[in-house]
Design a protein around this ligand. Sequence first.
Ligand code: SF4
Length: 345
Amino acid sequence: MAADTKIEWCDHTFNPWIGCTKVSTAATCGGGCDGCYAEVSTPVRVLRARGIETWGPHAERHRTSPSNWAKPRRWNAQHEAFFAEHGRRQRVFCASLADWLDNAVDVELLVDLLGLIRITPDLDWLLLSKRIGNWRSRLEAAAEWLRERLTTAAEATVALLRWIERWLEGDAPANVWIGATVVNQAEADRDLPKLLWVPARVRFLSMEPLLGPVDLHLPWFSEPGTRYKPLLHWVIAGGESGPHARPMHPDWARSLRDQCQAVGVPFLFKQHGEWVSAGEPAFGTVEGKKVALIRPDGTMVDPLSDEGRDENADVATMSMVGKSAAGRLLDGRTWHQFPGEATHA
Ligand code: SF4
């Protein structure tokens, strides 16, 4: 059974709805939304051409079709065949063209998504958000919406309400992985503690596009009195793609890899993005569209000037060779680790 997504770390993507608002911009503290591919993706442009705007705080999110909503049930029914072939459960990324904790989404739509997750227990749902701080308020809103309808409730409604209430009480669903997207130190400092408060079997960070160096701080990996018991179970990192992609200094990814390796947390390096640094196989063998010099703190050095170059020996020379040429080798190796796997090289 083949994966039906190009995303390296999942087998399927499921979009319950389409639409979002940029919440991580250079003007705030992140910049992760500045190059949002979803906003200019084909489904969003098709809707826009029909006069349906799904982007922005006041735009209505667009529920996807019934046939799309039927897919996770079908994948769930295929669990045994998938498991026999791959020796693991299917991973479903929800949602690539939206954010599941977006508070501009009708609560009813969120309730429907949670109901679908509940009745597909053989899928691992990877719920990734740039709004991880909304987790409790959104689930409480979903529970309240269901409670208001309990007088005419069907059995499934009661079961879903109990499922949400148990999660809010700390009993996490076994088929849900919770992730937060952070792109720099400021977002990590703000959102990682929030992520660690969400009850979850697996908690993960997606650090893509990685826009600066990040120290994850070891206490976030460990519980007091235990040795390396992970509170954070997985880190994904990668550079930015797209025509306006910003370069990722290779030391940022190396540092995350080393931090993860030191405490046995799986690390997945997704891609360099559009740029590679000197020393990578594509550098010098593939003609780049542009060259950039970047300091470890993310500031750029003018390539036409000598000013600032000698101040820092760690300035990386980057060439914009394109995403596929840049590839995903880091220091000559693919890092493709997942929770539950041995992580030490
Ligand atoms: S949260 Fe994700 S989908 Fe929404 S605007 Fe930002 S990058 Fe795009």
